[in-house]
Design a protein around this ligand. Structure first.
Ligand SMILES: [Zn+2]
Length: 297
């Protein structure tokens, strides 16, 4: 099994950040394969966003959420089907109503089992967190949008259409100006392209750029990315600008009949020069691969 070079992918309920009244985030503390987890409350209901990876992590999340809810009804949603975001939902069964967009439910059903295998292969610490994992079916599935009334506060759940995955979902809390983007946005790292041909080629750089353009027009006050530090709306344009540059530099070289290996090497150098402080440089190359495929398509 591969050596896993990062800290244990364990949710720590610590340094919980209050972004607005009755709206907190359990931050990922910049640990790989731990997502930022949101808990949003109204007068009669509480929504949890993301489960953490596997039942052990999700146990901590639901304990925190149940204490926070203090008797109020619990809902769970996830931004997309990837393991650290959604593969703890089994623990919420019977305690929270799980709702997602249809495209995400389809992703989970079609690709969930394969992702368990793929992630187990990443190394022992990941496999340990996935012990006992069972995929569960969401109870409420909506097509394009769903307004969830928590009591004195309505949260908007919106399917964005294919971008980081086929089933991405963005959750906004209009009264607080807060937007949860999932992996459409990360802080201080290169955009995650789950481009794994031939097994998974659903990510679309082109559609991702279009989604970012739409999210920018919504002008949130606070953006909670899938991973890493919470920040302002600048995060949205940072991702848009990176994806556009990646597209333009990839396509320009492709037009001059350069090989994909050479394109990837040159574009990787360029992107690192442009963002020397960003982590996860290994995601540049899959981004080039995805955009190459989209250019000829
Ligand atoms: Zn993801």
């Amino acid at each position: 099994m591969a050596d896993y070079p990062y800290p244990e992918p364990v949710v720590q309920v610590a340094d919980v950040q209050e972004l607005a009244r009755d709206l907190v985030v359990i931050p990922n503390r910049r640990v790989q394969l731990v997502p930022n987890i949101g808990v949003i409350a109204g007068t009669h209901s509480v929504l949890v966003i993301e489960t953490g990876m596997g039942p052990h992590n999700a146990e901590k999340v639901i304990k925190f959420a149940a204490d926070y809810a203090n008797g109020r009804k619990l809902y769970l949603t996830t931004t997309h089907f990837h393991p650290e975001h959604a593969f703890g939902a089994q623990v919420f069964a019977g305690q929270a109503t799980y709702l997602v967009n249809k495209a995400q439910a389809t992703d989970l059903e079609a690709k969930g089992p394969g992702y368990i295998d793929m992630f187990r292969g990443l190394g022992e610490p990941v496999a340990r967190q996935l012990e006992g994992v069972e995929l569960t079916t969401p109870e409420i599935v909506y097509d394009d949008s769903y307004d969830l009334d928590l009591g004195g506060r309505v949260v908007q759940l919106r399917a964005t259409g294919r971008a980081h995955t086929k089933g991405d979902q963005v959750i906004t809390v209009p009264d607080a100006g807060v937007m949860f983007t999932g992996d459409l946005v990360e802080t201080g790292q290169f955009a995650i392209f789950p481009w794994f041909p031939p097994h998974d080629t659903d990510v679309s750089g082109i559609r991702w750029i279009a989604v970012m353009e739409r999210l920018i027009t919504e002008s949130p006050r606070v953006v909670v990315p899938g991973h890493n530090d919470i920040n302002g709306p600048q995060l949205l344009s940072d991702v848009r600008d990176y994806l556009q540059l990646l597209r333009d530099e990839t396509w320009r070289r492709q037009d001059s009949a350069m090989s994909e290996d050479t394109i990837a090497a040159e574009v990787t150098d360029l992107m690192i020069k442009r963002h020397p402080d960003w982590d996860s440089r290994e995601w540049i190359r899959p981004g080039v691969g995805c955009l190459c495929a989209e250019h000829t398509a």
